[in-house]
Design a protein around this ligand. Structure first.
Ligand SMILES: Nc1nc2c(ncn2[C@@H]2O[C@H](COP(=O)(O)OP(=O)(O)O)[C@@H](O)[C@H]2O)c(=O)[nH]1
Ligand SMILES: [Mg+2]
Length: 221
């Protein structure tokens, strides 16, 4: 497994670097998605399911960002995804320069959608533009329906919210309707996908959204 060490960018122009990366990737016909959540919410599991469901139509590449270990990248490879692991030198988020390094290692030629599994954290990743075309966040049922009230920035800046582990709904006091209400108040445009990566519930809708975003932004050819 290829592991690369990435370090905090030396430039103080993260927003500009992010925009340059975003534009370059459109030229290269690769859609970049930044996937964020708390540790253990289910990012790697959702990705594994998405990659295996979509493999006949869409080439997905994965950049696994972690403070240490290559556990997630090794897991992704077993599901047939081209993947690399980046270590963030102790940093709790990825910035545009670090993401560019990851993309360079991953390569874009045989990748339609590159997904960055950001470091598990609901605070820092929300503050740094990675250059992604889409920011997607995951909230899992066991975390509670009031999480949007505790971490409003992350819920405000994401384009889509995946509420995962729906198969566990009967074991927790999680009010899906109330949760969606909190989120929509912060972010009226957000798309919400209740799913279970374990049973497959809701996955088709989420995958159709990803494909639609690719076709809409990159083109269908
Ligand atoms: N019941 C259930 N468990 C899940 C689901 N998605 C993930 N998990 C479990 O949650 C734990 C953490 O998942 P993982 O994908 O590693 O989370 P990450 O840290 O966000 O990448 C693992 O034990 C998964 O098997 C789901 O949809 N339903
Ligand atoms: Mg993971």
């Amino acid at each position: 497994m290829k592991v690369i060490e990435v370090h905090r960018s030396v430039t103080d122009s993260n927003d500009r670097d992010a925009q340059v990366l975003r534009d370059e990737l459109i030229e290269k016909k690769t859609l970049l998605i930044n996937l964020m959540s708390s540790p253990g919410s289910g990012k790697t599991t959702l990705l594994s399911k998405t990659v295996s469901d979509m493999k006949d139509t869409t080439r997905i590449g994965v950049i696994e960002a972690d403070i240490d270990s290559d556990v997630d990248a090794v897991k992704m490879e077993t599901f047939g995804a081209k993947s690399i692991q980046v270590h963030t030198d102790g940093m709790c988020h990825m910035d545009a320069g670090m993401t560019r390094r990851g993309i360079e290692e991953l390569g874009t030629e045989d990748v339609d959608i590159a997904i960055l599994e950001n470091v598990g954290n609901l605070i820092c990743p929300a503050e740094f533009d990675t250059g992604a075309h889409l920011n997607i966040m995951i909230l899992s049922v066991p975390e509670g329906d009031d999480k949007p009230l505790k971490y409003p920035l992350m819920f405000s800046m994401c384009d889509a919210l995946v509420i995962t582990k729906m198969d566990t709904l009967s074991y927790f006091t999680f009010d899906l309707e109330k949760c969606c209400e909190h989120v929509k108040k912060l972010n009226p445009e957000v798309r919400i996908f209740p799913v279970s990566a374990k049973t497959g519930e809701g996955m088709l809708e989420f995958e159709a959204y990803l494909r639609g975003q690719y076709d809409g932004r990159i083109g269908e050819d």
